[in-house]
Design a protein around this ligand. Structure first.
Ligand code: NAD
Length: 436
């Protein structure tokens, strides 16, 4: 099939590459000239495990192309995916200016039947708006389908190639057939393609992300309680996770959810609810808890250093909002940096993939290290903000040698409290006792 993907960011590039991998002819469109130049010359623009290999293979086979021209990108395409940003507007609702701007252009450019697919996360009613916008200029037959994306950054290729489910929102038989054929190679092992009406498909994505964010905030509140009553959140987590109705996954407490999706999607669902005069009470609490949780380590750090962080030096492990990505959007580490620097502290950070993105954002507000041990040299304490695998079993001898004091504040509960106590560390984590 001939496919256009409009918007070549985290979702668009993975979508385009994976569809090319199953033999389709894909053109990715982006307004960012530099990005398109880089991609066209065979350089990948994001870090995503496994993506580069597929990207290079499909560029070489000429199944994957890049352009800044929407006209060129969609000319022969039967299917046009919109993988455009939907950032929060001033009131928290999803800003549809990118989606509707492209829809307007599509209306002017289209000359034959196409299936237009909303892959971006968009509020209920967006497909109808996209349809109406295109139909203002194009009088022929076309369909607008909702096909929300559930990939997780860090395992995006795997998620895309073997999705748990594919959601397709349309009542058009023609569009349903096209979409079914396109996705058939991805669901050969039997995972479902679930067809539904467009509005339900649009809401499914927000419901999924909001539910997951709720699970995180719930566990973070349990962790708060654990610290106050002397319980261990790891034990509680194992205790409840063994119940099938609860499930083991997504029960890890920490320093809050971040990233480009959960914060904006929860906020957007709250706002969409307001628009239909519904007060989504649980989600308001989920957001409040998360705001507080992002700074959960700060009072612990301040208490330890007797409220005086001026001139103190902190090593920070982890900048990305989660491991295996270079994405720093809404990363809890950025909030921690902000507070530490405000208090007059010096921060030296290390992240396996996200340093360049943070450097572009913060410049010399903090220092950056080449590896996880360099940033420890002369530091008063180590703070851990992202659970990269390489932080899980570090060389403690190197840590002890480099740090000025044996002090660790761990926002991701990477180490066993007893084991780290034996090594002589002062260690504070989330929802567990302090090792002193
Ligand atoms: P992104 O910011 O990484 O990428 C968006 C791309 O669109 C950018 O490259 C930008 O230059 C381009 N763009 C903007 N305006 C354009 C235009 N007029 N024409 C062509 N290109 C244009 O965003 P993302 O993370 O890929 O997210 C895209 C959508 O997918 C959002 O709605 C997001 O909520 C949703 N989503 C994201 C994820 C994720 O993990 N990142 C997962 C599922 C769903």
């Amino acid at each position: 099939m001939k496919i256009a993907v409009v918007g070549t960011g985290y979702v668009g590039l993975v979508t385009g590459t994976c569809f090319a991998e199953t033999g389709n002819d894909v053109t990715c469109v982006d307004i960012d000239k530099k990005k398109v130049e880089k991609l066209s010359s065979g350089q990948i623009t994001i870090y995503e495990p496994g993506l580069e290999k597929l990207f290079l293979r499909n560029v070489k086979e000429e199944r994957l192309r890049f352009t800044t021209s929407l006209a060129e990108g969609i000319r022969d395409a039967e299917i046009v995916f919109l993988a455009l940003p939907t950032p929060p507007g001033e009131d928290g609702s999803a800003d549809l200016k990118y989606i509707l701007g492209v829809a307007r252009d599509l209306g002017e450019l289209m000359t034959d039947y196409k299936v237009i697919v909303d892959k971006s996360t968009v509020p209920v009613g967006t497909a109808e708006k996209v349809y109406a916008t295109i139909a203002r200029s194009f009088v022929g037959d076309f369909d607008v389908v909702s096909n929300p994306e559930f990939l997780r950054e860090g395992v995006a290729v795997e998620d895309f190639m073997k999705p748990d489910r594919v959601i397709i929102g349309t009542v058009s038989e023609r569009a349903r057939k096209v979409m079914g054929e396109l996705y058939a190679p991805f669901v050969r092992s039997g995972n479902p393609v679930i067809y539904m009406d467009v509005r339900s498909a649009e809401l499914t994505k927000y419901a999924a992300n909001s539910f997951l964010a709720t699970k995180i905030s719930f566990m973070n509140e349990i962790a708060q309680l654990c610290e106050r009553v002397g319980a261990d959140v790891d034990m509680v987590r194992r205790g409840i996770g063994s119940d099938d109705r609860i499930g083991k996954r997504f029960l890890f407490p920490g320093i809050g959810y971040g990233g480009s999706c959960f914060p904006k999607d929860v906020q957007a669902l709250v706002q969409s609810s307001k628009e239909v005069e519904y007060d989504f009470q649980i989600l308001n609490a989920v957001m409040d808890v998360n705001e507080k949780q992002k700074l959960h380590l700060l009072p612990k750090v301040k208490r330890y250093f007797k409220n005086n962080l001026k001139g103190k030096r902190f090593a920070l492990w982890g900048l990305a909002f989660k491991p295996n990505t270079d994405d720093i959007r809404e990363a809890p580490a950025l909030y921690i940096i902000d507070e530490l620097v405000k208090e007059g502290a010096i921060v030296c950070a290390y992240d396996p993939e996200a340093v360049n993105n943070v450097r572009a954002l913060l410049g010399d507000k903090i220092q950056y290290a080449e590896n996880q041990y360099d940033c420890l040299v002369g530091a008063d304490a180590l703070i851990i903000a992202t659970e990269w695998n390489e932080f899980r079993t570090p060389n403690f001898l190197k840590i002890v040698t480099a740090l000025k004091h044996k002090v660790i504040f761990d926002g991701r509960n990477l180490f066993e409290t007893d084991a780290i106590k034996e090594l002589g560390f002062y260690y504070e984590s989330v929802g567990r006792s302090v090792a002193d």
